[in-house]
Design a binder for this molecule. Structure first.
Ligand code: BEZ
Length: 244
């Protein structure tokens, strides 16, 4: 078995693991985590280039959610937005006694076109001792060292991957889409707000620009603003809401 395949087969079988969230996982945590750490990964670019038929859209009218594009691949594409060095998000520690259950929850290998990868995660410099002091978690980490994290990525080979999108058309698509998890614009606005709350450096220009375009269109043409429910969601430690 190839090393990467073996790693995927074995994660969560017996041991604890860390999961990196760069989309809805930032404000909608996985169940049973005992530690949440803001920080970033490198070598990827976050984009609203993944079609969502099951959460923020429908098979007939798919919405748009984020995926990560390998930076080396992104460099070969023509994009409207600049890339950033870092993809900010939140890492969650899943203790060993919940690892199998959370692994099942995350739906192993593929959730709606997303595949598993492992990548080094860097805790934010501001992830101070306060997290360590207040945590009841059994693990501690060195804020200067990278943590190996599992991450779900919608690879360019998956059928939901759309590739580069015109920002105005993308904003309009987000505004008109809705699915079982709610309005697509709510996902965008929640993501923008959650990113701004992670650190002073964690704004994502692609996300902020799309949110600005959506608000501008809403202001011009009406349609009501998307809300934010981040604080409320983050209180729900051990939430069992479906990951999207
Ligand atoms: C997330 O990071 O929030 C995420 C990414 C892919 C699939 C599900 C969640």
């Amino acid at each position: 078995m190839a090393d990467h395949q073996k790693e995927i087969e074995e994660f969560g079988n017996n041991d604890d693991f860390w999961l990196f969230g760069y989309g809805s996982l930032i404000w909608k945590p996985p169940p049973h985590y005992d530690q949440r750490v803001p920080g970033y990964i490198e070598g990827y670019v976050r984009r609203f280039w993944q079609a969502s038929e099951d959460h923020r859209g429908t098979p007939e009218a798919p919405g748009r959610v984020v995926t990560l594009i390998d930076k080396a691949h992104w460099d070969t594409l023509t994009d409207h937005h600049e890339s950033t060095e870092r993809v900010w998000g939140a890492a969650y520690h899943i203790p060993a006694h919940h690892a199998a259950e959370v692994r099942e929850y995350l739906d192993i290998r593929e959730i709606n076109g997303y595949s598993i990868q492992f990548t080094p995660f860097h805790p934010a410099a501001s992830t101070s001792a306060s997290i360590l002091r207040h945590t009841t978690c059994s693990v501690t980490f060195d804020t200067h060292s990278a943590i190996r994290c599992l991450v779900y990525i919608g690879l360019p080979s998956n059928p939901q991957f759309l590739g580069p999108q015109d920002p105005d058309a993308l904003a309009r698509k987000i505004l008109e889409s809705t699915g079982p998890s709610g309005e697509n614009r709510e996902y965008l606005y929640n993501l923008e707000k959650a990113l701004l709350g992670l650190s002073r450096e964690s704004e994502d220009a692609h996300v902020s620009d799309l949110a600005r375009r959506c608000r501008e269109i809403e202001g011009r043409e009406g349609g009501g603003g998307g809300g934010g429910e981040i604080g409320e969601k983050l209180q729900k430690v051990g939430s069992t809401e479906e990951v999207e």
